[in-house]
Design a protein around this ligand. Structure first.
Ligand code: AP5
Length: 218
């Protein structure tokens, strides 16, 4: 399965991607995680991306296109993948089409997580991430068993610097301007499925599983 998850910051794309990845054993490709890992390891691409990410702005298309094009060529993507956070601009979407056609692959599902703004703000302000394995928690909705410690690997949980109120506002504005047009783009290609991002995580996962099952029975 080749899947794109579209939706505003905090819509729950990463959370659903982790569930889908575990269920179907396909890689979760989060461009945000790739960039945060590059920052942590002081890689040149990370140093370049850091200034954009701190302000909630998008990292330049050419940087992102190179990262994803290389990642999709890795062998674990042969049977499918989940793209979370990419494409985010029309230029990135066109580049992805091009990269996939070169390896004779096609996107099968594009899910758009329709999510209300108050839900987004509540989710982002309570989000905690594992420094080590990137597992996602929420202090109220999905707390770890021990505060500040990852259930999966025992790593330390932290709050993303771009989950501050002022940066969230900027991220939402940029999302509206640069990423929302992709909804139309994939709708015109007849690939888009809208799902309710406000649902609880396990409910939304059930909705996605039904859609996958329905497609398999077609
Ligand atoms: P990125 O890491 O991709 O951030 P984002 O798109 O803003 O999305 P988020 O990770 O904030 O939200 P999410 O939808 O994954 O929600 P989550 O599941 O975590 O990008 C960060 C930055 O990197 C960008 O600003 C940009 O600078 C750069 N970048 C990345 N890709 C780029 C690209 N392609 N081009 C250019 N720049 C790029 O959930 C949020 C919280 O809610 C969690 O606490 C979770 O536990 C909770 N939660 C999730 N689902 C539910 C639910 N259903 N019910 C209740 N709580 C829930």
């Amino acid at each position: 399965m080749r899947i794109i998850l579209l939706g505003p910051p905090g819509a729950g794309k990463g959370t659903q991607a982790q569930l889908i990845s575990k269920r179907f054993d396909i890689p979760h490709i989060s461009t945000g995680d790739i960039l945060r890992e590059a920052i942590k390891n002081k890689k040149p691409v990370g140093l370049k991306a850091k200034t954009y990410m701190e302000k909630g702005e998008l990292v330049p298309d050419e940087v992102m296109n190179k990262i994803v094009t290389l990642r999709l060529k890795e062998s674990d993507c042969d049977t499918g993948f989940i793209l979370d956070g990419y494409p985010r601009t029309k230029t990135q979407a066109l580049k992805l089409d091009d990269a996939l056609s070169q390896i004779r692959q096609k996107i099968e599902f594009v899910f758009y997580f329709e999510t209300s703004t108050d839900v987004i703000i509540e989710r982002l302000s309570g989000r905690r991430i594992c420094k080590n394995c990137h597992a996602v928690y929420h202090i109220k909705n999905m707390p770890s068993r021990q505060a500040g410690v990852c259930d999966k690997c025992g790593g330390e949980l932290y709050q993303r610097p771009d989950d501050k109120k002022e940066t969230i506002k900027n991220r939402l504005e940029i999302y509206g301007r640069q990423t929302e047009p992709l909804i139309n783009y994939y709708q015109k290609l007849n690939k888009l499925t809208k799902v309710n991002g406000d649902l609880a995580a396990e409910k939304l996962f059930e909705v996605l599983l039904k859609i996958f099952a329905g497609r398999r029975n077609e």
